[in-house]
Design a protein around this ligand. Structure first.
Ligand SMILES: *[C@@H]1O[C@H](CO)[C@@H](O)[C@H](O)[C@H]1NC(C)=O
Ligand SMILES: *[C@@H]1O[C@H](CO)[C@@H](O)[C@H](O)[C@H]1NC(C)=O
Ligand SMILES: *[C@@H]1O[C@H](CO)[C@@H](O)[C@H](O)[C@H]1NC(C)=O
Ligand SMILES: *[C@@H]1O[C@H](CO)[C@@H](O)[C@H](O)[C@H]1NC(C)=O
Ligand SMILES: *[C@@H]1O[C@H](CO)[C@@H](O)[C@H](O)[C@H]1NC(C)=O
Ligand SMILES: *[C@@H]1O[C@H](CO)[C@@H](O)[C@H](O)[C@H]1NC(C)=O
Ligand SMILES: *[C@@H]1O[C@H](CO)[C@@H](O)[C@H](O)[C@H]1NC(C)=O
Ligand SMILES: *[C@@H]1O[C@H](CO)[C@@H](O)[C@H](O)[C@H]1NC(C)=O
Length: 432
């Protein structure tokens, strides 16, 4: 409804017009152009979250290292269709991100949804009427903030995410209808269109991953495969956070990886150069007792987490106050961002800035997942993370598989050394 739309539009209108420069940035090649050169290795992306703006201001990031940044998040809401979150309710951060990134010739996307912003997707997309209102609301916001594209991050179609999302067996089919209508609508047809997705394709009406995603590939410029949190504390085992490979792991520990995800998505009809690999500038930590932490004299790759109902705090950005949108109290995440991990001034971290383990820390490179892990014997905390070496390997993998590129979660957690490691092994990521 335009009435509903007008409330945020009025809010956005409080701000001065966005720079004209925005419109001069070229859109990605249209998805139906068969003669265009491959987009392989050309995409160096990240997300900028509003809630870390106070930690790492927009000006502190060298946007020239990225070809694209997505604003996180615009959330779904049943009344206004889409809205900014409380930590950027006036859109000040959004505006600043767009003008700063555009000044460095970096494209800006707008991510709609996310873990806590997917609650109403199912409901909004189910009816023709609400679906077209939703498209209009998203298009109007994209236009108002002068972004080049829109990324939908629905966690997840026909599968519960945060715990209280609306959900329906026809979610994937309705998602496809919405994307097709988004492409057809003259007001939204020229935006870059993408989706953030899991290692496996969307679940169909009978709850199985779809085997044919080619209709999605026709309307989306690319999907970003969120190959992280593959193992988290909820599994009771601290496996690799972002495995590059898992077909070399014992069968009971094959939970997904970049390799198996790319295999699944390409078999389902997605061209490799429409796949962006999501990579984490963070690791997960958890309490692990010494007798589970070691396998002979080496660190275990799949250790049992001790008392997994009580998560240990991660880095200094971690907190547990308040409740989530479902009314469940927030627990610690146990997350360590690379920025903090590699911070020499933090005595409680696991590694030095050059990536070597600190005194009292045991370290293991896992040849299968091609990721490191570290263990503090005194505090009995283990960390499964990514570093310069694993980012380099992921860059090589992107290049070899002909993927479009990578997207780092998230800009505030990454440092130049990490971005350079993945860029250096991707020939196409060099900025003009
Ligand atoms: C948002 O705008 C309102 C109205 O102009 C103002 O009162 C409020 O302080 C602003 N909030 C922030 C976080 O800037
Ligand atoms: C809803 O949209 C679908 C797909 O465009 C169309 O086939 C159908 O007729 C529409 N239904 C109504 C009630 O308008
Ligand atoms: C869902 O996908 C599975 C294969 O992954 C297929 O066997 C099944 O028929 C599909 N269900 C529907 C409703 O399309
Ligand atoms: C703890 O781990 C067990 C498996 O060891 C799992 O069944 C249970 O769901 C986990 N509990 C929580 C709260 O994560
Ligand atoms: C993954 O492991 C399999 C089995 O060991 C191996 O054949 C394949 O080359 C590995 N892939 C990568 C990207 O390391
Ligand atoms: C311990 O090491 C053996 C041999 O490498 C391996 O088969 C087993 O899965 C490992 N156990 C854990 C918990 O990592
Ligand atoms: C390891 O844990 C101990 C006990 O909590 C702590 O004092 C120490 O700073 C930690 N070491 C490192 C290098 O983080
Ligand atoms: C690039 O890939 C090669 C081979 O996989 C690897 O040895 C090298 O360390 C990688 N570069 C970086 C910066 O990690």
């Amino acid at each position: 409804m335009w009435l509903q739309l007008s409330s945020w539009a009025a809010l956005a209108a409080l701000f001065s017009p966005l720079p004209a420069k925005a419109t001069s940035l070229a859109r990605d090649a249209p998805s139906d152009s068969t003669n265009s050169p491959s987009a392989a290795g050309t995409f160096a992306g990240t997300w900028y979250t509003t809630w870390h703006n106070g930690r790492v201001p927009i000006d502190n990031i060298d946007w020239k290292k990225y070809t694209s940044v997505s604003y996180a998040f615009v959330t779904t809401d049943p009344d206004h269709m889409v809205s900014l979150t409380a930590d950027d309710i006036n859109g000040t951060i959004f505006k600043d991100l767009v003008s700063t990134a555009h000044n460095q010739n970096t494209k800006v996307m707008m991510t709609v949804g996310g873990w806590t912003g997917s609650k109403w997707f199912s409901l909004l997309l189910a009816e023709n009427y609400t679906r077209s209102n939703f498209i209009n609301a998203v298009g109007a916001m994209a236009n108002n903030y002068a972004v080049q594209g829109v990324e939908f991050d629905w966690e997840f179609p026909n599968k519960q995410g945060v715990g209280c999302n609306t959900i329906d067996k026809d979610d994937a089919a309705n998602f496809l209808l919405m994307l097709q209508e988004f492409r057809q609508n003259p007001a939204t047809s020229s935006y870059i269109l993408s989706a953030a997705v899991s290692d496996k394709p969307f679940l169909n009406a009978t709850g199985q991953p779809m085997e044919d995603m080619s209709e999605f590939a026709k309307v989306l410029d690319y999907v970003t495969i969120m190959n992280y949190d593959v193992w988290g504390s909820v599994d009771g085992i601290l496996g690799p956070n972002a495995p590059l490979n898992d077909s070399c792991a014992p069968s009971e520990y094959q939970h997904g990886s970049a390799e198996s995800a790319v295999d699944t998505w390409t078999k389902a009809g997605f061209p490799a150069d429409k796949l962006v690999l999501g990579v984490p500038a963070y690791g997960h930590s958890a309490a692990v007792l010494p007798n589970n932490a070691y396998n002979n004299s080496e660190l275990s790759i799949y250790p049992l987490i001790y008392n997994n109902a009580s998560q240990v705090p991660g880095d200094s950005w971690d907190g547990k106050s308040g409740t989530d949108l479902c009314g469940v109290p927030w627990d610690y995440s146990g997350v360590w961002y690379w920025t903090n991990l590699a911070d020499e001034s933090l005595t409680s971290s696991f590694i030095n800035a050059n990536g070597t383990p600190r005194d009292g820390i045991d370290y293991l490179w896992d040849d299968c997942s091609q990721t490191p892990r570290a263990y503090n014997r005194s505090s009995q905390v283990m960390l499964s993370y990514d570093d310069v070496r694993s980012f380099g390997q992921k860059g090589t993998f992107i290049q070899e598989k002909g993927l479009r590129g990578y997207a780092i979660w998230e800009a505030a957690g990454a440092t130049d050394v990490l971005i350079d490691a993945i860029n250096s092994n991707m020939t196409g990521s060099k900025r003009p």
